[in-house]
Design a protein around this ligand. Structure first.
Ligand code: RIB
Ligand code: CA
Length: 325
């Protein structure tokens, strides 16, 4: 249903949303961002997947984010423990042993919802109005791929899938050419790509242009609430690895750019392209090959976001974190 703003204007339709995630430091920030935005995002559920850390920890961290945002109305369903075919890889060196660098974790009060995320996706998407549900994927795409394999008809319930993942212009972060989420489960990314659903990618090409700075961290800290303290403590730890690896003055908040894109797409720019994913074992495993200049005249199968307004992102993130306790 469309929203009526104070001056009676019709605001954009609320987004009927499922967030699939492997929290993960930047995932938790994305979840706080999304859960603080109920006017625009009607979040049906969080579905978790192994990725940055094991499934039990990504699921606990999703429940933590939900608790910290005061949104225990949103169910959390645990999904795949491992990729479709490859052995799991984790990123504890980046996200910490508990998958949440920089702050202390605890066992959240509210538990997981009954049932697994793959069945939840199938049941929900099969029952949904035609092309009505948006899925944001912040980790490996294993859960949606398994749901598509088991019940291909679920595409009818999907409006679009917005993915943090991939890398084209400036190389990868887990190998010279591949980004972590796709490298972790390239077969799953291929299943999703070939399903024909409407796809938008927020790759490293854009997330590495939206970097923290002392000023941007101070603007968040100045909110002086629990949420802002947690986010600053998480980021201060999380950005160290990227700043060292790339020799850059700040770090990316990869997954939160997906939420900013859903809330304010006008902050970003990109183009419809043909993307293929290399799922062969070898030096280019997980690489996204993007035909940015349409050399092959192949069918366009994704919207590839290549630029974003960094200050606009941090201003929006700050504005939403201010709403939390
Ligand atoms: O490459 C960055 C992505 O991998 C982010 O989603 C981060 O959380 C990790 O999952
Ligand atoms: Ca993630």
């Amino acid at each position: 249903m469309s929203l009526i703003t104070a001056n009676g204007a019709h605001a954009a339709e609320k987004i009927d949303l499922i967030i699939d995630t492997d929290p993960g430091a930047d995932d938790v920030i994305a979840l706080l961002f999304a859960l603080a935005s109920p006017q625009e995002l009607s979040i049906r559920a969080l579905t978790t997947v192994a990725g940055n850390v094991r499934l039990d920890k990504t699921s606990r961290n999703a429940r933590l984010a939900r608790e910290w945002a005061g949104r225990e109305d949103v169910p959390v369903y645990a999904g795949a423990k491992k990729p479709l075919m490859r052995k799991p890889i984790y990123a504890e060196d980046i996200h910490g042993k508990e998958g949440l660098s920089g702050i202390t974790v605890h066992e959240p009060k509210k538990g997981l919802a009954e049932g697994n995320a793959i069945q939840y996706l199938i049941d929900t998407l099969m029952a949904a109005k035609s092309h009505s549900i948006t899925i944001a994927i912040l980790g490996p795409q294993t859960n949606l791929a398994l749901a598509l394999i088991q019940e291909p008809e679920i595409v009818r319930g999907i409006k679009e899938v917005v993915i943090m993942g991939g890398a084209h212009f400036n190389g990868g972060n887990i190998t010279p050419v591949a980004e972590f989420n796709l490298f972790a489960d390239p077969q799953a990314a291929e299943v999703v790509l070939k399903s024909g659903v409407k796809l938008t990618y927020l790759p490293l090409d854009v997330t590495h242009k939206i970097l923290t700075s002392d000023t941007r961290l101070q603007q968040i800290a100045a909110l002086n609430n629990n949420a802002s303290k947690r986010v600053v403590d998480i980021l201060n730890e999380y950005i160290k690895a990227d700043m060292e690896h790339y020799g850059i003055p700040g770090g990316p908040v990869h997954d939160a750019t997906v939420i900013a894109y859903l809330l304010r797409p006008q902050l970003f720019s990109g183009r419809e392209v043909n993307v293929v994913i290399d799922s062969r074992e070898g030096p280019t495993l997980g690489q996204t090959i993007v035909d940015w200049y349409d050399s092959l005249k192949a069918p366009k199968n994704a919207f590839w976001v290549e630029n974003g307004d960094a200050q606009g992102f941090f201003d929006l993130l700050t504005e939403r974190l201010a709403r939390l306790k």
